[in-house]
Design a protein around this ligand. Structure first.
Ligand SMILES: Cc1cc2nc3c(=O)[nH]c(=O)nc-3n(C[C@H](O)[C@H](O)[C@H](O)COP(=O)(O)O)c2cc1C
Length: 359
């Protein structure tokens, strides 16, 4: 399945070393201002090759709008976006074309499809996530209309956790750090791993503020389930926490419950979601990324002939995928909220009456 979302949907296409990657975004309401520079700005945050904390693959990631936009606004037609690949180095993958790289999707893709594009991981490559970021930019444009903000940044790298989160600082930090006082130690953790030919894991914090209450489709498309599914669907994500998250399992009800007074909630352990529906409080998400699978230390694996082989990887890789992954997480969360906004518009007779009252 290469399609995501119900009303606001995205279908992505393309492979790491193919001609292009891109997406078709369907369900965008007509009349939304969309310009390439806005989408480009989001893509530039995820772009590879810009710092020593990211892969050195140099891609300009220039987006082209192919359809669905006329005179700067969406027409209601599907919006197709394309990003042409420019810096493929397929030779880097010659020595691993018949073996399964540990922690990659090589083994499972081969067993499932009987064929795999070994060049940069083909479709399983995180290069595809550029298309998600481009689609997410359109979702963010829609959310802006309702004052909804999706902010993100690095919470932890290699166990070095933020003590405080500053979403204003993250965009100006080279690693999108949320806590300036921990940034150097987090950078150190990345560079130490990189120097050793290794990689390191990290945790991203996404905060969705000013979301209205009522988003989420119980019982089978709860907001927490939809966000969890979308975020777990990002390459390398191994866990998603909402609000108190894993820690809730260590607490008592008296510690975890969000009590209320006449003004509303007195705390937000729930992370802005109750019963699968948004409460109007901030939606707080922690997204845990594993260390980058591609490391330069010699490893052992199996090849397509079921032989045990030792190998060393070449190529250009992110030493910590959480860093660029934070931009992807932001995009996926935005896409979920955009979809839920549209789904929610017709959830009551009252809402429907408002929509059709002018006719
Ligand atoms: C933004 C981003 C960049 C990534 N960069 C790399 C990379 O340079 N090298 C690599 O081996 N994996 C990278 N990954 C992770 C792999 O794509 C992913 O771990 C792999 O496809 C296996 O999928 P899984 O970890 O979800 O099981 C990246 C992931 C993201 C989200």
């Amino acid at each position: 399945m290469n399609r995501f979302g119900t009303r606001f949907s995205v279908t992505t296409f393309g492979e790491s070393h193919g001609q292009a990657i891109g997406c078709v975004v369907d369900g965008v309401p007509a009349g939304l201002e969309i310009d390439e520079s806005y989408i480009q700005n989001e893509l530039d945050k995820r772009k590879p090759g810009t710092t020593k904390f990211a892969t050195q693959r140099k891609e300009s990631d220039k987006v082209q709008i192919l359809s669905g936009v006329f005179n700067g606004v969406s027409t209601g037609a599907p919006i197709a976006l394309a990003i042409f690949n420019e810096n493929q180095k397929s030779n880097d993958y010659e020595n691993i074309k018949s073996l399964f790289r540990p922690a990659h999707a090589d083994f499972t893709y081969f067993k499932k499809y009987g064929i795999r594009d070994y060049r940069g991981g083909g479709r399983s490559s995180a290069r595809e996530t550029a298309a998600r970021v481009a689609a997410g930019a359109i979702a963010k444009k829609l959310l802006e209309k309702f004052g909804i903000k999706v902010k993100s940044g690095i919470f932890a790298i290699g166990g070095v956790e933020a003590l405080d989160v500053d979403f204003e600082y993250a965009p100006i930090s080279e690693i999108f750090a949320l806590d300036k006082t921990k940034e150097e130690a987090q950078k150190e953790a990345v560079l130490r791993a990189k120097e050793a030919g290794d990689s390191v894991g990290g945790c991203v914090f996404v905060k969705i503020s000013n979301a209205p209450f009522g988003l989420g489709e119980p019982l089978y498309d709860k907001l927490d389930a939809a966000l969890g599914g979308a975020l777990m669907g990002i390459n390398g994500v191994k866990a998603v926490e909402i609000g108190e998250g894993v820690n809730a399992s260590k607490l008592r009800g008296s510690q975890n419950n969000d009590q209320m007074d006449e003004k509303g909630f007195l705390s937000n352990h729930a992370g802005g979601i109750l019963g699968g529906i948004s409460t109007g409080m901030d939606i707080d998400l922690k997204i845990h990324f594993k260390p980058t699978p591609s490391i330069f230390i010699e490893q052992q694996t199996q090849n397509e002939q079921n032989e045990s082989v030792k190998f060393s990887l070449k190529g250009r890789h992110d030493p910590c995928i959480a860093i660029r992954g934070s931009v992807v997480a932001n995009a996926m969360a935005s896409l979920v909220i955009a979809d839920m906004l549209l789904l929610n518009a017709a959830c009551t007779l009252e809402n429907l009456k408002k929509i059709y009252s002018k006719q």
